[in-house]
Design a protein around this ligand. Structure first.
Ligand SMILES: [Fe+2]
Ligand SMILES: [Fe+2]
Length: 129
């Protein structure tokens, strides 16, 4: 990432999910999925970096575990992207990684979002009176 501020993680999650769905659609249509695979990989990397930047900026206590989970997921994404795009089994692999990504958003990212919300609420309370 450059000097630009990280995007809102909620917005990012919508894009991430849409990219996975787009990748599955391309695979199911029988078209070459190379570009969509690269797009999913690049976006995932960038999104995790942005989230980790956010955690560091807000002193999130669960950062090491969250970051480790990002590394694990990136390993899954990387393994998915190094497969032959014409492999008929790839759609199942992609669906599996997509499900893991959704679980991460629903559980691990949710805890981060709750923490950031609580921190923000506390900051607002601190300045309002
Ligand atoms: Fe996320
Ligand atoms: Fe995350």
């Amino acid at each position: 990432m450059d000097a630009k501020a990280p995007q809102d993680p909620h917005l990012d999650h919508g894009i991430q999910d849409a990219l996975f769905r787009g990748l599955l659609a391309v695979l199911n249509s029988g078209q070459d999925a190379s570009e969509m695979l690269a797009a999913v990989q690049n976006f995932s990397l960038r999104h995790f970096e942005a989230e980790e930047h956010l955690m560091a900026r807000h002193g999130y206590p669960d950062t090491p575990a969250h970051r480790a989970e990002h590394r694990r997921l990136l390993g899954e994404v990387q393994a998915m992207c190094t497969r032959d795009p014409a492999d008929p089994a790839l759609a199942d692999v992609v669906a599996g990684v997509m499900a893991q990504m959704r679980t991460h958003i629903d559980e691990v990212d949710k805890r981060l979002a709750d923490y950031l919300r609580a921190q923000e609420a506390g900051a607002h309370r601190g300045t309002s009176d």
